[in-house]
Ligand binder design. Structure first.
Ligand code: UN1
Length: 511
């Protein structure tokens, strides 16, 4: 059933040659410039999307503010029921939306479908959560007093998402925010605007059936809207996914007005390959981690830190695996590696390879841009492997491309120190069958990342855990565990049911 073509995909998702947010049936206005969305798969124009102006933004915000007033009063389990229906609708549309993600963003169809599966999974998670927004109760130090805490919705949550997960990251934020009682305003990446409109169309149908005010789900398009969100005091929480460079700006701008942020920024994820590793398992984890999504996940494997005794063997199996990689149209299930998002990303990839060479890196698997039939978009590159030192400037930076840096270590402590010795702190992993090494890696003296895995690669985290990382990754946590707390404000309540008014800390205040 994946045989349908792109025109059918667009039609089923309510997209036309010219799109704008206003036609989604949800709260969105777009009277601005036109963004043309080209597919990195074949270089063809898919469709256009009109962006939102400052005035459009203001109109959207006014409706969102009104919608919050009623949405916050809907019982959380009822909000969960809406999210349940959205999950059902995503199940119905999975093949179409997965294919659009693959075609507009360039990831493999399997990964496009996987991304929609993450959306469905977070809906299921949020439904359960809608009955579990628990606060604690405390014992008061005063007689006949009761203390407890409640979690209340914040209000309007701004979501600024990246091209690499054009739909899943929005849903992680939105589905949690909705059961928490917030309303959301989304600015999708200008590189994948059609995915944004398609999601709104899916949601609009469910909203209509349930008479939900459209201001609960708001869309603005175009990069100008990013800073309108960041500077807007009506938006108490901004969830931003993207580069560390832009994240730093978002962080400062929102902090300036004492807003809250959830930041999901760059990663520089390493796998430690111990002398006690199962090399066949390393192979799957490392190759998928490095070349999957053409190296454009925040969790992509960028560094392989290999014990000297298994170094040659590891390089050998990697070279053989890389020689078998099929690069091409991601909609063809035969291919392992699709294109980069655009030609700018191809240039960044080429610059990184040159920089690595100039710093003394040794090419283990040659890279390069592919040309000829099937590669007309100019966005297909060969995954490459470079041997280098962890201290190289280029290895300290995140390049969103399939470049894997390999390096040797002698002692496990040294490997852990190398893994930690980068500015970013998102995902990390060790392949070992040695219990001591594993526990050391996971201990407080081990990995400093938000995600630390054993015998699993760095990418492909499940939605049930909190997702995010430390240091320049920004510190935010999204999706599972208690990440929902970031979408709510905590209120501590103390109630006196006695007839006296004793003061806390034993203070006497008689008059
Ligand atoms: C991202 O790259 O922005 O862990 C998110 C993973 C995915 C999410 C990545 N579940 O690779």
């Amino acid at each position: 059933n994946n045989q349908f073509g792109i025109s059918e995909v667009l039609e089923k998702l309510g997209l036309t040659a010219e799109n704008n947010g206003s036609s989604t049936g949800l709260n969105s206005f777009s009277n601005g410039k036109i963004i043309e969305s080209y597919s990195p798969v074949d270089g063809k124009l898919i469709a256009t999307v009109k962006t939102s102006t400052k005035e459009d933004y203001q109109k959207v915000m006014a409706t969102a503010e009104e919608a919050f007033k009623s949405w916050r009063l809907v019982p959380a389990p009822k909000r969960g029921e809406l999210v349940r229906q959205i999950g059902e609708e995503l199940r119905n549309k999975k093949e179409y939306l997965g294919k659009l993600v693959s075609y507009e963003m360039g990831k493999s169809l399997q990964e496009g479908l996987g991304e929609v599966q993450e959306m469905i999974d977070i809906c299921d998670f949020a439904v359960g959560l809608s009955r579990q927004l628990y606060g604690l109760t405390m014992h008061s130090e005063r007689p006949m007093h009761r203390m407890y805490e409640q979690w209340h919705p914040y209000g309007i949550v701004g979501i600024i998402s990246a091209f690499n997960f054009p739909v899943a990251v929005w849903s992680w934020n939105t589905m949690l925010a909705w059961v928490c009682g917030d309303v959301c305003i989304w600015k999708p990446s200008s590189k994948t605007p059609l995915c944004g409109i398609a999601c709104q169309n899916i949601i609009a149908g469910v909203f209509k059936k349930n008479n939900i005010p459209e201001g609960v789900c708001n869309l603005v398009t175009g990069n100008e809207c990013g800073d309108l969100i960041n500077t807007d005091p009506r938006i108490p929480l901004v969830s931003f996914t993207g580069s560390t460079r832009i994240g730093r700006h978002v962080s400062k701008t929102v902090a300036e007005r004492f807003g809250n942020t959830i930041l999901e920024l760059g990663g520089n994820n390493a796998i430690i390959v111990s002398e006690h590793a199962d090399i066949n398992m390393v192979l799957v984890g490392a190759v998928f981690g490095a070349v999957g999504t053409a190296g454009q996940r925040c969790t992509s494997t960028r560094r392989l830190i290999v014990h000297e005794s298994v170094y040659d063997k590891t390089i050998d199996v990697l070279q053989k695996a890389y020689a078998q990689l099929k690069i091409g149209n991601p909609l063809d299930a035969e291919n392992h590696v699709g294109p980069l998002i655009d030609k700018g990303a191809v240039q960044d990839y080429l610059n990184a390879i040159e920089k690595a060479k100039s710093e003394g890196g040794k090419i283990i698997v040659e890279g390069g841009v592919l040309e000829g039939a099937g590669y007309e978009s100019g966005c297909y590159v060969k995954p490459c492997i470079i041997e280098g030192k962890n201290s190289f400037e280029i290895i300290q930076a995140e390049t969103f491309a399939p470049i894997l840096y390999v390096m040797k270590y002698k002692e496990i402590e040294e490997a852990i120190a190398m893994q930690n010795d980068v500015p970013q702190g998102l995902s990390s992993s060790i392949f070992t069958n040695n219990m001591r090494e594993m526990e050391l890696f996971l201990s407080h003296a081990g990995s400093d990342c938000g995600i630390a895995n054993v015998n699993i690669g760095t990418s492909g985290a499940e939605i049930g855990g909190a997702f995010g990382g430390e240091k320049e990754t920004g510190g935010g946590r999204e999706s599972g565990s208690d990440a929902w707390k970031a979408y709510m404000r905590r209120q501590t309540n103390t109630i006196n049911y006695g007839t006296q008014l004793p003061l806390a800390q034993g203070i006497k205040f008689d008059f």
